[in-house]
Design a protein around this ligand. Sequence first.
Ligand code: DGL
Length: 265
Amino acid sequence: MKRSTIGVFDSGVGGLTVLKALLELIPGADYIYFGDTARLPYGSKSAETVAHYAVGAVHFLQEHDAELLVIACNTATALALDKIKLAAHVDVVGVVEPGAQAAAAASRRGKVAVIGTEATIASHAYRRALEARGVEVLEKACPLLVPLVEEGWVDHPVTEQVARIYLDEVFSGEFADADALVLGCTHYPLLKPVLARLAPPHVVIVDSAESTARVVAASAVAQSGGAGEQTLHFFATDSVEKFRRLGERFLGRAIQDVQHVDLKE
Ligand code: DGL
């Protein structure tokens, strides 16, 4: 039987945390990953711009035979999922609904905090998805965390200090008793140990990358795994060398087959 091909889209290397979760749960599929490294960060851009970039990437992945699209980027999902779905002729899974679903299930008190980029938080996509499940929500933009992770400072005192300031603001006042924290950004899974240490002990950390992989694993495309050796193809719009170097930290394994791609405007 032919193996299925799953397309994964992100603004850069961060979405490799989602690919990592997919590879663990669905080892029987082939993957094609598109990282728009030339135009990142998406987290500070407008919805129009992000939708325009995302639709271009979706066309690219479909032309390369993706049978299911995973929008690994929280910002692209939050700002452009509707437009992406309109442009796609295969099924599309974003990260917000799976993350919200897992958080609603994890929170006993029905009180959830969400952290993400400026754009994700300003869109209130997580708020809508959680409130639709009867959960109270506090959203907090943490724009300094992405550059700190890209710098490789996941275990650095400066990052710990920054994360402490953000989390103190989240878990104070009315939300001191919130009991779930959604990592609403591709980069935050790398900070899970420090965030778990700094968050109050009763807080469950919900990784939207893992929740998304579980949703994808339940799809028909993921279940039609075939024989043969797995292929992983990577495309980046900026330096292939930088993608490889940075990406290995997010994926947790060596990255070989990266090609440069220049999407025409
Ligand atoms: N991939 C983005 C996200 O998950 C973070 C990096 C960016 O701002 O482009 O929101």
